[in-house]
Design a protein around this ligand. Structure first.
Ligand code: UGA
Length: 451
């Protein structure tokens, strides 16, 4: 199939690369010349395990191309995936300006291309798929925008993506499910064919109406975010009632109805998806006068979670009320990325925490296996970037663990203690056992467990 991806961000690049790998002819279009140039050199603009190799292989095979040329990208495409960004506006609503601009270009391209559907002699209509996460009803707006530019027929489809950063290639190649919202049997059967190689183990492809497919994406992310805020709220209660949230979680998870995923307490969810999607869901409710009280609480709990963690630092170093004065102190930070396996720092708790530490006068020294460059873009030289994880603790008055990278899970605590000025650890990911930390001579603070 001839496929065009509009937008070479995370979703567009991973989807385009994986679709080319099953033999499709994929063109990726972007408006950013620097990005296209980089991709044409075979370099990926994002860090994603396994992506570079796939990119190189499919580029070399002539199945994957990158271009700035809209006419060349849209003209021959049978299927067009819109994967452009939908940033939140000030009210938390998804801003659709890039999606609708792409729709107008697509409408113009269909109109100016030859043939009854813009595909030469073929009478097969192009399928325009919205893959960006967009509020329910957006496909209808995209359809109207395209139809305002052309009277030729085309299909619309919604195909939400469920990729996790750091595991995106595997998630795409072996999806739990593929969700297709379609406007016709023809679009449904062509898209099922496209996805058939990815569901050979028997995982389902659900074909449904377009608004339902759009809603599946928000409902899924909002549910996962709710689980995280739920366990974080329980963790807060555990701290005050002397319970251990890890034990509580184990006891809960034995009930299969509750399940054992996404119930790890910590610093709250970050990244480019959950915070944005929960806010977009809240706005969707507001727009139709149906407040989403539960999701508003999920969002609030998530924000408070960072503040509560910071309060532990303030309580340890301060006089008991308000922010502590940390001037003259050196605080080490392990982990900057919003989660392991990525260099993405969008909505990362580490950034909120490092900024707060700087405001309190501390010197901040941070380590992350991959997120230095992205962090430098936001924090500049206000913090020190350590080459190794042990450099962070040298002369430190405390260590904050912000991301659960594997390399932080079994460190040499003897060496760490010897290097620190004071053996104090604030663990935002509950990586260690309180009793072991006490035995190793540390003052240890974590989330939802004994102080
Ligand atoms: C999330 C979803 O998991 C994907 O299914 C979805 O496709 C994607 O958003 C999206 O909408 O594009 P992602 O943002 O990559 O994927 O990250 P997750 O692995 O889901 O983690 C999100 C956040 O939740 C991280 O900050 C993580 O630290 C936190 N988390 C996760 C917890 O605090 N506790 C948990 O038990 C699990």
């Amino acid at each position: 199939m001839r496929i065009t991806m509009v937008g070479t961000g995370y979703v567009g690049l991973v989807t385009g690369t994986c679709l080319s790998n099953t033999g499709n002819d994929v063109t990726c279009l972007d408006v950013d010349p620097a990005k296209i140039e980089k991709l044409n050199r075979g370099e990926s603009p994002i860090y994603e395990p396994g992506l570079d190799e796939l990119l190189e292989r499919n580029k070399a095979a002539g199945r994957l191309a990158f271009t700035l040329d809209k006419a060349a990208a849209y003209g021959p495409a049978e299927v067009i995936f819109i994967c452009v960004g939908t940033p939140s506006d000030e009210q938390g609503r998804a801003d659709l300006k890039y999606v609708l601009a792409a729709a107008r270009d697509i409408g113009d391209a269909i109109e100016s291309a030859e043939g009854p559907t813009g595909l030469g002699a073929s009478d097969k209509a192009k399928i325009v798929i919205v893959k960006s996460t967009v509020p329910v009803g957006t496909n209808a707006k995209v359809r109207a925008e395209i139809a305002s530019r052309t009277s030729k027929p085309f299909h619309m489809a919604s195909n939400p993506e469920f990729l996790k950063e750091g595991a995106a290639i595997n998630d795409f190649n072996k999806p739990d499910r593929v969700v297709l919202g379609v406007d016709s049997e023809d679009a449904g059967s062509r898209l099922r064919d496209l996805y058939a190689p990815f569901v050979r183990q028997g995982n389902p492809i659900f074909t449904m109406d377009i608004p339902s497919a759009e809603m599946v994406k928000y409902a899924s992310n909002a549910m996962l975010a709710t689980k995280i805020s739920f366990i974080n709220e329980i963790a807060g209660l555990c701290e005050l009632y002397g319970a251990d949230v890890d034990e509580v979680r184990r006891g809960m998870c034995a009930d299969a109805r509750i399940g054992n995923k996404f119930l790890y307490p910590g610093l709250g969810y970050g990244g480019s998806c959950f915070p944005k999607d929960v806010l977009a869901c809240i706005s969707m409710g507001d727009e139709v006068n149906r407040p989403t009280d539960l999701l508003a609480a999920v969002h609030k709990v998530n924000q408070d979670q960072r503040i509560r963690f910071l309060e532990k630092v303030d309580a340890h170093f301060g006089s008991g009320s308000g922010p502590a004065d940390l001037s003259g102190m050196r605080i080490g930070v392990w982990g900057i990325a919003f989660k392991p396996g990525t260099d993405d720092i969008r909505e990362a708790p580490s950034i909120t925490l490092m900024k707060a530490l700087l405001e309190r006068g501390a010197e901040v020294v941070a380590h992350d296996p991959v997120a230095f460059e992205t962090c430098r873009g936001v924090m500049g030289d206000s913090i020190t970037y350590a080459g190794g994880m042990l450099d962070v603790v040298e002369g430190a008055d405390a260590l904050l663990v912000c991301t659960d990278w594997d390399e932080y899970k079994h460190p040499d605590f003897g060496a760490i203690r010897a290097k620190m000025r004071a053996p104090v650890v604030f663990d935002g990911r509950n990586l260690y056992r309180p009793a072991s930390m006490r035995e190793a001579g540390f003052v240890y603070h974590s989330v939802g467990r004994e102080a």
